[in-house]
Ligand binder design. Structure first.
Ligand code: SF4
Ligand code: SF4
Ligand code: SF4
Length: 248
């Protein structure tokens, strides 16, 4: 029997689910190996009977936590889909301020006085609420990587993410390093798997796939020193996707 697959979204732009839809005709290959039972962006039907749950988005509200725990209970395998789910993503930026400060910035006085506010807490990644079996990083995810992960899970094999930095793919693509062009790049400490898409198009990597398991910070600092960039500047840039105190 084919594993039954369901997609869920929390705080996100839904761009990662869109990447799945963007697989276009390759989706037919996936439908050969799994049965999709819930996918709000692509179909009307839904079911609570599934084996694999793909969860997109970060967790911001008590009601999100409750829903996520129900999903975890139903799923044999839970996969965090994209930077928002894996590391909190851009939504985590707001954790640099208190929830009250953020509310003041977002809502007007009348909403605050009338208590017409969402009940929110500091942004959490999915694994800060429930156990996660696998992660597909990126903002958005790489759709080819998603297809590979599904194919592995369908036959009971553990998918593996690249354990080397974006620089490796960048060199393979024979790019000129963007540091040479006076730009900044987090490729030396970021997990590969996107085929170095940003440097290949002339932009520095923003670290959307998260840190390597064992980032070689000393080597990264050497690169920064060579190009006159401070370590503090690098950590500031890492805030965009990786604001998680103590993560590095
Ligand atoms: S990881 Fe990026 S593309 Fe995916 S849902 Fe979050 S913001 Fe959107
Ligand atoms: S630092 Fe960035 S641009 Fe330079 S090689 Fe690494 S990934 Fe490519
Ligand atoms: S190059 Fe960096 S920012 Fe761009 S997709 Fe890859 S990991 Fe994300």
């Amino acid at each position: 029997m084919k594993p039954r697959v369901a997609f869920f979204d929390f705080a996100s732009c839904e761009g990662c689910q869109l990447q799945v839809i963007n697989l276009e005709e390759k989706i037919l290959d996936l439908i050969d190996v799994v049965e999709v039972v819930s996918f709000r962006e692509a179909m009307k039907e839904s079911s609570d009977d599934y084996d694999i749950a793909f969860v997109e988005g970060s967790i911001m509200r008590p009601m999100d936590e409750e829903r996520l725990k129900r999903i975890r209970k139903n799923a044999r395998i839970l996969v965090a889909l994209g930077a928002c789910a894996c590391i909190g993503g851009v939504n985590r930026l707001r954790n640099e301020w208190s929830v009250d400060e953020v509310k003041k910035e977002v809502y007007d006085e009348a909403d605050i006085e009338g208590n017409r506010l969402f009940d929110v807490f500091p942004t959490k990644a999915v694994d800060e609420v429930v156990d996660v079996d696998f992660r597909i990083p990126g903002c958005p995810i790489n759709r080819e990587e998603f297809a590979k992960v599904v194919a592995h899970l369908a036959i009971g094999k553990e998918p593996r993410l690249p354990s080397y930095p974006v620089c490796v793919e960048c060199k393979k693509n024979e790019n000129i390093c963007v540091f040479e062009l006076g730009k900044f790049c987090l490729g030396p400490v970021t997990r590969a798997g996107c085929n170095a898409i940003c440097p290949t198009h002339g932009d520095g990597c923003e670290g959307c796939r998260g840190y390597l398991d064992d980032p070689r910070m000393e080597a990264a600092k050497d690169v920064l020193r060579k190009y006159g960039v401070s370590f503090d500047e690098m950590m500031k840039r890492f805030n965009m996707f990786n604001y998680r105190k103590g993560a590095i």
